[in-house]
Design a protein around this ligand. Structure first.
Ligand SMILES: Cc1cc2nc3c(=O)[nH]c(=O)nc-3n(C[C@H](O)[C@H](O)[C@H](O)COP(=O)(O)OP(=O)(O)OC[C@H]3O[C@@H](n4cnc5c(N)ncnc54)[C@H](O)[C@@H]3O)c2cc1C
Length: 95
C-alpha cells in the first residue's frame, strides 16, 4: 500500500501577516535584506489530527482522553489525536 498525502495550505493569511510584521521588525533592527520562503509539500514535518479527538463521536474517532469511541480498549497516543495541526511545533503538546 502507498501512503497518499492530501496536502492543502491553511491559515496562509496569518502566515503572511506574521511574515510582514517580522520583516518590518528585522529591518528596523538594521537588517537590510530579509528573505522568507514558506515550506511546501516536501517538508511534511507536522502531520497531526489523523485520528482526532473530540466530544462528538460522529465527527471524532477519539474521546478527549484519546480513547476510541468504538473500541474502548484502544488509545491513540501519538500526534494523530490532535484535532488539527496548530501549524507550530507540536511535540510538547503530543507529549
Ligand atoms: C525534520 C523534522 C523536524 C521537526 N522539528 C520539530 C521541532 O523542532 N519541534 C517540534 O515540536 N516538532 C518537530 N517535529 C515534529 C515532531 O517530530 C513530530 O510531530 C512528533 O515526533 C510526532 O510524534 P508521534 O509520536 O506522533 O510520531 P513519531 O515521533 O513519528 O513516532 C512514531 C513511532 O512509531 C514507530 N512506528 C511506525 N510504524 C510502526 C509499526 N508498524 N510498529 C512499531 N512502531 C512503528 C516509528 O518508528 C516511530 O518511532 C519535526 C519533525 C520533523 C520530521
Amino acid at each position: 500500500k502507498e501512503i497518499v498525502m492530501q496536502w492543502r495550505r491553511s491559515n496562509m493569511q496569518s502566515l503572511e501577516s506574521l511574515t510582514k510584521v517580522m520583516r518590518e521588525n528585522l529591518r528596523a533592527c538594521g537588517y537590510p535584506i530579509v528573505l522568507s520562503r514558506p515550506f511546501d509539500k516536501r517538508t511534511p514535518s507536522h502531520q497531526c489530527g489523523t485520528v482526532k479527538m473530540g466530544n462528538d463521536p460522529a465527527t471524532s474517532p477519539l474521546d478527549p482522553f484519546c480513547r476510541a469511541y468504538d473500541h474502548r480498549n484502544l488509545f491513540v497516543v501519538d500526534g494523530g489525536f490532535l484535532p488539527t495541526s496548530a501549524a507550530v511545533n507540536p511535540a510538547l503538546s503530543i507529549a
